[in-house]
Design a protein around this ligand. Structure first.
Ligand SMILES: Nc1ncnc2c1ncn2[C@@H]1O[C@H](COP(=O)(O)OP(=O)(O)OP(=O)(O)O)[C@@H](O)[C@H]1O
Ligand SMILES: [Mg+2]
Length: 372
């Protein structure tokens, strides 16, 4: 039998066990397929053909993928039973596979190419369990026109100013496209319609570099074409991919969440509800906050002042029984700036910029935790 060379050359002196997924196979085709899937998932794997070499990685790997060709060798090498072992075969008619699965204590048996998508997700999950991911913050208006989109943008720009790796996602199909509010509507890059109308299977991982950007800010936006619903799986996939290796992911949420927006709410660690200090806005916001709270445990209000009856932030917070994340004062240049394609919060001294900075500090986002 010809041996496929190990992907990493392992020597006795290699010090630390790896926390990368481990692939054990001596079949070149199977190895090729698994490496291709790992690359698509953006993970590096340790791949070995020799069961004795596998021992070094066996216990610490978040995931172990064993080809049917190496089961006997692994069992003979006395590798201990562990969780997260996947037995992989490229032969659907292999009658011995189930017996082999029992021998090695596999949690799953998968056949390629049928299980490619499943395997890809498994690699992604394994990588994410060991990787830093962005804090996901949702922003939603307590009533129409409250200032949610403006705050989402201001937060993202404040984050950029702190050199944080930031992604801004427009999850409001009826918002007109957040790219317009940023003045980047002419920039090339993928937008939601490109991702939802693609024929056939969408590539599951789209790099943020493929999105339009404002400086270093990657933006996933709607455009001016009539929106179609984002399939929940596409939202999950995009947010999961976009938060990998980033510091902050800001999602502009619609007030009436569709399925995709509900997923975004569930993925958010914090939801900020922008509430103008008005009696009717508070009444409307109460319902929005209830919905947000059903999906996310940490919902906070950002109070927009001044209101016509001079209600203050504490009154709004008490009425909604939610903590105040910030106070947003009237930003004089905002409306005219928006008409000129000047993003909200782009002027450092504006109320939006300041509240954005303040919220980031409260969230502990003061510097990038992600290695450049
Ligand atoms: N802090 C602010 N100061 C002054 N005007 C503001 C402020 N925030 C928002 N506005 C005004 O309100 C308008 C709506 O803002 P924005 O689009 O951010 O609200 P929204 O809550 O996202 O609205 P929608 O319900 O359409 O999603 C802006 O065009 C701007 O004129
Ligand atoms: Mg909006």
């Amino acid at each position: 039998m010809t041996s496929a060379p190990p992907v990493l050359t392992l020597t006795e002196s290699e010090p630390e066990p790896s926390t990368r997924p481990l692939v054990v196979t001596d079949e070149p085709q199977l190895l090729d397929d698994l490496l291709r899937l790992a690359a698509a998932a953006g993970v590096t794997v340790d791949a070995v053909a020799d069961a004795q070499l596998a021992r070094r990685y066996w216990n610490n790997a978040p995931l172990v993928v064993v080809g049917t060709d190496r089961v006997t060798a692994c069992v003979a090498a006395g590798l201990p039973r562990r969780r997260g072992v996947v037995l992989i075969s490229s032969d659907l008619d292999d009658g011995g596979v189930w017996e082999a699965a029992v021998r090695i204590g596999a949690e799953h048996v998968a056949f390629l190419p049928d299980a490619e998508a499943w395997m890809l997700d498994l690699f992604v999950d394994a990588a994410e369990s060991d990787q830093r991911r962005a804090l996901v913050v949702g922003v939603i208006g307590g009533r129409g026109g409250a200032g949610a989109t403006s705050l989402a943008i201001a937060l993202a720009l404040a984050s950029l100013r702190r050199d944080l790796n930031t992604v801004l996602v427009d999850a409001d199909p009826l918002g007109g496209g957040i790219d317009l509010a940023l003045g980047i509507e002419d920039r090339p890059g993928l937008r939601w319609p490109d991702l939802t109308s693609a024929r056939g299977r969408m590539p599951r991982r789209i790099p943020t570099e493929a999105l339009p950007s404002l400086g270093d800010l990657a933006v996933l936006s709607w455009d001016r074409i009539s929106p179609t619903a984002i399939p929940p799986s596409v939202m999950t996939s995009m947010l999961t991919g976009a938060r990998r290796g980033k510091d902050l992911l800001v999602v502009d949420l619609p007030r009436f969440p569709d399925q995709a927006a509900a997923i975004a709410m569930q993925m958010a660690e914090i939801i900020l509800v922008v509430v103008p200090a008005e009696v009717r806005a508070i009444a409307a916001a109460a319902r929005i906050c209830d919905t947000a709270n059903r999906h996310c445990a940490d919902v906070r209000v950002v109070v927009r002042l001044p209101g016509p009856a001079r209600l203050n932030a504490v009154t709004v917070s008490d009425a909604l029984a939610l903590p105040v994340a910030g106070v947003l004062r009237h930003d004089h240049g905002l409306a005219t700036g928006l008409e000129r394609g000047e993003p909200p919060g782009s002027r450092r001294r504006s109320s939006l910029a300041r509240v954005g900075m303040r919220i980031l500090s409260d969230l502990g986002l003061t510097h990038s935790d992600v290695a450049a």
